[in-house]
Design a protein around this ligand. Structure first.
Ligand SMILES: [Zn+2]
Length: 199
């Protein structure tokens, strides 16, 4: 299973997360789920719409389901794009003494990977529909590191002094659990635009 994010859509995914920092953010994904052979499906978002009415806090974000339904209905009228899932952010900021703050690339990566796991609260809402993709972007304020893809397929990078790690979860009907999809984005695989913002 893959999640293919086009470069400009990645900007829509990332910038609201950074704007909301240190609160979490949440939004809806519309696009395509291509049915290739089982296990090789791809989610391809066309529209990434941050929810303006979700309740943001530093530890969780609660969707406004009524408003979400309104957005889903409007998008289905305006565009040839299906609802394919949602996204939200996790903030890694508290609980670190300055001396214990993750500093090296490995420390930062490990903390972000840990922080991008879905919570029990997230799982409850993911269980409502196993056909969708669920993106979690974990954010941390530190120093700049070069973008890369982790072995499990997460997308890692930095913009100015924000480090982010984007994980995507889908239901694997064989293992009967949510697991990570490989996140592919030209931000990592070729486009070097972000590098010029290196502080
Ligand atoms: Zn969460």
């Amino acid at each position: 299973m893959k999640l293919i994010i086009k470069y400009y859509q990645f900007i829509h995914l990332l910038i609201p997360a950074i704007e909301s920092y240190p609160e979490e953010y949440y939004g809806l994904l519309f696009g395509d789920k291509t049915s290739r052979t089982s296990g090789n499906e791809r989610f391809i978002p066309e529209f990434i719409l941050p929810s303006l009415t979700a309740q943001r806090r530093s530890k969780e974000v609660s969707p406004n389901e009524k408003r979400d339904e309104r957005v889903m209905n409007l998008v289905s009228r305006l565009a040839d794009a299906k609802y394919i899932g949602d996204f939200h952010s996790h903030i890694l900021k508290k609980g670190y003494d300055y001396d214990k703050r993750p500093k090296t690339l490995d420390e930062v990566l490990n903390n972000l990977i840990y922080n991008a796991r879905y919570s029990d609260y997230d799982l409850k809402s993911m269980e409502k529909n196993r056909n969708y993709i669920y993106i979690i972007t974990s954010l941390f304020k530190n120093k700049w590191f070069a973008p890369k893809q982790t072995k499990k397929g997460d997308l890692f990078g930095s913009i100015n002094n924000f480090n982010f790690l984007t994980s995507a979860y889908y239901w694997n009907s064989r293992t009967k659990k949510f697991q990570k999809a490989k996140v592919e984005c030209s931000y990592v695989t070729g486009f070097k635009g972000f590098r010029k913002y290196k502080p």
